[in-house]
Design a protein around this ligand. Sequence first.
Ligand code: HAG
Length: 221
Amino acid sequence: TTKPKLCYFCGRGRMESIRWLLAAAGVEFEEEFIETTEQYEKLQKDGRLLFGQVPMVEIDGMVLTQTRAILSYLAAKYDLYGKDLKETVRINMYADGTLDLMMMTAQAAFKPSEEKEENLTLIVKKAKTRYFPAFEKILNDHGEDFLVGNKFSWADIQLLEAILMVEELDASVLSDFPLLKAFKARISNIPTIKKFLQPGSPRKPPPDSHYVEVVRGILQF
Ligand SMILES: CCCCC[C@H]1O[C@@H](O)C[C@@H]1SC[C@H](NC(=O)CC[C@H](N)C(=O)O)C(=O)NCC(=O)O
């Protein structure tokens, strides 16, 4: 069977959560990195980007765009999307929340340097006062190993991704969240995720100025 093909810049951005989900599901994938405007314009000209945007994923004979649409398709396909609609909507709520938090980090990379610091400080504050307290409470009230229905789901994968991303900004961010600390250790030890966290995996590094310049150059903004 042909592997899914991911088409994006060689960086995290909006594609990283898709890499995480596929890796956690144990699915190998190809990557086409957009390095030049020509590449990007060819994709558009060939009509492969519905709204002229990436991420784009080729899977099961389809050419998909829109990050959340792709993530939902993959979560359902790999049975990481709950056992019924009530579980699925909770997974969507949790995944949308962690995606909001992670997109703040993605966009902060593109802020002018004087604003960047205050942006990153704000992200850590939001994580500590808005997002992590909510997930700590869920784990406390739910009393299970996973966020939804005591089964590993997309929501768990994305919460771990978000925790690690915020820890890159402030290593002590979980100091007031013991249940999240235990959650992080548990989920990081799931074999497919453990492998993805080791060097040599398709996981991308935090956005640096080179990456920002490449993306700015390609998208000409
Ligand atoms: C580290 C951050 C990654 C690079 C910047 C990305 O973060 C986003 O703010 C923009 C880019 S991602 C690239 C951007 N894609 C999107 O904005 C997709 C949004 C869509 N709703 C989705 O969820 O997939 C893009 O193709 N823009 C071209 C252009 O609209 O003409």
